[in-house]
Design a binder for this molecule. Structure first.
Ligand code: SF4
Length: 446
C-alpha cells in the first residue's frame, strides 16, 4: 500500500493503479509515472477496484505483448465503468488515437516521452474532456524526476539514453521511443550519488541502445567513461547496464570492466542470429565474425565475464542452414543464459516487406530446439560453478521455502538458507552446492 499513513483510500479521492508490461525501461518508466503522480497528490493503490485511474504502461515489441494489453483493456470495458482508463508507453505511441476506436472506454493515450505531462492531462480529463492524448516524440529530455518511486530498495535503475537511431528490420522501438537522446554524465553521477546516499548499492544503467551513449555536455563522455565513473561513486558496489548493441560495443567497455571492480562481470550482448546473411537482412550492422570478435575480448578479460544474449528464430528468409548457424553459435559462445523469441511482424518495420515468411509451426519448432540446446549448455555451465564461492546481493526472501535469494556479479541467482535475520540488501558469501539449468543453490559462508 502506498497511501501516506495519514490518509485512507476513502479520504483520498485521486487514487490510481498501474500495471506494467515489458522490459526494464518500461518498469523504470512506471516508477517515474508513479513518482510524478504521487507528487501531484494522487495515491497509488494495489488493485484496480480501489482506483479512480487505471494505467497500463504497455509494450509493443512483439505482437503477443500488444495483444495482452488489448485483452487486459477488454477486461475493463465493463468493470472499469466510472474509472478513467489510460494507455501509456509503447503501444500508446504506436497505435495513437486508434486505441480509442478499438477500446472506446479508454480516455487517455500517451507515449513514454509524455509521462511528465500526465498530471496536466489528468486535469484536462477532470475538467470534463472526454479524451486526451500525449503523443509527441519531441526530444525534450524526460530522464529526470526527483520524485521517482523506486520499487527496489537496493538496486536503482538510471536511464542514461532514450530512443534508438538504429533501424533493425524487425524492431518497432525507433517508432515508439524516437531518436537517441543521451543525458549528461554529470546528471547521471548526481543521480547515482543521490541513490548511494539513500542506501542503494547497485546501479543499473538503462537504454534501448545503452552503449551508444554520448554525453551531450562539453565533457563528452563515451559509454565506457560513464560506466567507470558511476562505478567510482562512493557507496556504489555494483554497476550493470543493458541493452548493448554489438556494433557500438567497443573494447574500452571491457577495459573499463577490467579496471574497475565495481563493474559487474556480466555483459548482455544480443546477437539475434548466428547467420551473417540473416544479420544483414535484419539490418543489424555487424557480421557473425565481428560479433565473435567482441566475444573474444570478453574471453580474454582478466575476470570471467558472464555473457547473455537475445535470439530471434524464424526471421523471414531464415533457412535451415541459417538456423543451424545460430545453434552453432550457441555452442561456440556458451552463453550463461539467453532470451529467445519467434520473429513477430511489427507495424512500420522494414521486415514486413520481406518475402519468405516462416510458418508459425516452423518458428515454434526452431524455438523449441534453441531452448533445449541452451538448457543443456546452461546445465554444463552451471555445473562448473559447483564448489565455487560467490558474493551475493540478497534480493528476496521466500517464506514458503525458507530461502533467501541473491544475485551474483555474473547475474546468476543463487538461493540459500540461513538462520541470520534480515539479510535483504546485504552482501554475503555463498558456496555453490547444487546446480540446475536455471538455478543454483548454496550454503552461506560464515
Ligand atoms: S538497436 Fe535495433 S533492436 Fe535495439 S532498439 Fe534499436 S532498432 Fe530495436
Amino acid at each position: 500500500m502506498w497511501i501516506d499513513a495519514a490518509a485512507t483510500i476513502d479520504e483520498v479521492e485521486k487514487t490510481f493503479y498501474i500495471e506494467t508490461f515489458g522490459c526494464q525501461m518500461n518498469a523504470h518508466d512506471s516508477e517515474k509515472v508513479v513518482g510524478t503522480l504521487v507528487h501531484e497528490g494522487y495515491a497509488q493503490v494495489e488493485s484496480p477496484d480501489q482506483a479512480n485511474y487505471i494505467f497500463f504502461n504497455t509494450c509493443s515489441i512483439r505482437d503477443k505483448a500488444e495483444q495482452k494489453v488489448f485483452n487486459r483493456l477488454q477486461h475493463f470495458k465493463n468493470s472499469g465503468k466510472g474509472k478513467v482508463v489510460a494507455v501509456i508507453g509503447c503501444v500508446a505511441q504506436q497505435e495513437g488515437e486508434k486505441i480509442f476506436e478499438r477500446a472506446p472506454h479508454v480516455s487517455l493515450v500517451a507515449g513514454s516521452a509524455s509521462y511528465t505531462k500526465l498530471p496536466e492531462m489528468l486535469v484536462q480529463l477532470e475538467k470534463g474532456n472526454r479524451r486526451v492524448t500525449g503523443l509527441s516524440l519531441d526530444t525534450e529530455l524526460t530522464f529526470d524526476t526527483p520524485f521517482t518511486r523506486r520499487d527496489n530498495p537496493h538496486r536503482g535503475w538510471i536511464t542514461v539514453i532514450e530512443g534508438c537511431d538504429k533501424s533493425c528490420a524487425y524492431c518497432v522501438v525507433p517508432f515508439t521511443r524516437g531518436p537517441e537522446r543521451s543525458r549528461t554524465g554529470a546528471s547521471v553521477i548526481e543521480e547515482a550519488t543521490r541513490l548511494a546516499g539513500l542506501g542503494y548499492t547497485e546501479i543499473q544503467l538503462l537504454g534501448q541502445n545503452v552503449n551508444s551513449y554520448r554525453d551531450p555536455s562539453p565533457a563528452g563522455w563515451d559509454f565506457a567513461t560513464l560506466l567507470d565513473q558511476v562505478g567510482r561513486v562512493p557507496g556504489i558496489r555494483r554497476v550493470r547496464f543493458t541493452t548493448s548493441h554489438p556494433r557500438d560495443f567497443v573494447k574500452p567497455i571491457i577495459d573499463a570492466i577490467e579496471g574497475n571492480a565495481n563493474l559487474c562481470n556480466h555483459v548482455h550482448l544480443p546477437v539475434q542470429s548466428g547467420s551473417s546473411r540473416v544479420l544483414e537482412a535484419m539490418q543489424r550492422l555487424y557480421t557473425r565474425e565481428q560479433y565473435m570478435e567482441r566475444i573474444q575480448w570478453m574471453r580474454e578479460a582478466k575476470r570471467p565475464i558472464a555473457m547473455t544474449s537475445d535470439i530471434i528464430v524464424g526471421f523471414p528468409g531464415e533457412t535451415e542452414r541459417d538456423f543451424e548457424e545460430t545453434l552453432d553459435l550457441l555452442e561456440e559462445v556458451k552463453y550463461d543464459s539467453i532470451f529467445s523469441f519467434k520473429y513477430s511482424r511489427r507495424p512500420n518495420t522494414a521486415a514486413l516487406e520481406l518475402g519468405d515468411q516462416i510458418t508459425e509451426e516452423e518458428k515454434t519448432r526452431r524455438l523449441t530446439i534453441v531452448q533445449e540446446r541452451q538448457r543443456a549448455i546452461q546445465m554444463r555451465q552451471n555445473a562448473e560453478l559447483l564448489g565455487e564461492e560467490e558474493e551475493l546481493l540478497v534480493e528476496s526472501w521466500y517464506e514458503s521455502t525458507g530461502q533467501w535469494v541473491g544475485r551474483t556479479t555474473r547475474n546468476r541467482t543463487l538461493s540459500f538458507t540461513s538462520g541470520m535475520p534480515d539479510l535483504l540488501g546485504k552482501y554475503v558469501r555463498v558456496r555453490v552446492m547444487r546446480a540446475g539449468p536455471n538455478s543454483l543453490t548454496g550454503e552461506i559462508i560464515h
